[in-house]
Design a protein around this ligand. Sequence first.
Ligand code: 5GP
Length: 193
Amino acid sequence: MNKKGLLIILSGPSGVGKGTIREKVMADSSLNLSYSVSLTTRKPRDGEKDGVDYFFVSNEEFEKRIQEGLLLEYTRFVKHSYGTPKDYVEKLRNEGKNVLLEIEVNGARQVMRAMRKDKPVSIFILPPSFDELERRIRGRCTECEAAIQERLKQARAECKLADQYEYRVINDTIEDCAAQIIRIIKTEIARHN
Ligand code: 5GP
């Protein structure tokens, strides 16, 4: 029988580079990682694919999943809902996969509480500075000014909660940040085995 895989929570404010860092970390096959694809009610951005980046669902479908107790955690974030499918994560972990959740702080706290016995590994990515974060969020230009302001406000609030995570890593460069996260996961895998 496979040993049950680790649960790894990766958080960080909008614009910090989580997506790119996550891809680099996922590319290291020695970590035996699977990505937990979340549900969201927001619309796909250019290039995003259903079932790969997210499962894009309606508000009704999302509510139904909540009522049926099918989400490990969920939250509202800048006017949309996001949630982690419980069965999917458990199935992967039971197959021995280490499962990476890229989720925001409210959801992360729910997972830390609900899965305390499983000792999830929690990692928070911090920007080098807020000026830099604002530059990155604006550079993406995928949203209107009001949404950008909302994401910046949210980012400041999220960074205040970084000390609730076991590990904090500053994203000075994508390469260094990804390398540090890979080292953390390797250490945790060795401890787990
Ligand atoms: P975005 O709309 O930029 O893809 O994601 C917005 C925020 O929601 C990001 O911080 C992302 O990490 C977070 N997020 C994505 N999926 C989930 C989820 O399933 N649960 C929670 N709590 N947050 C999520």
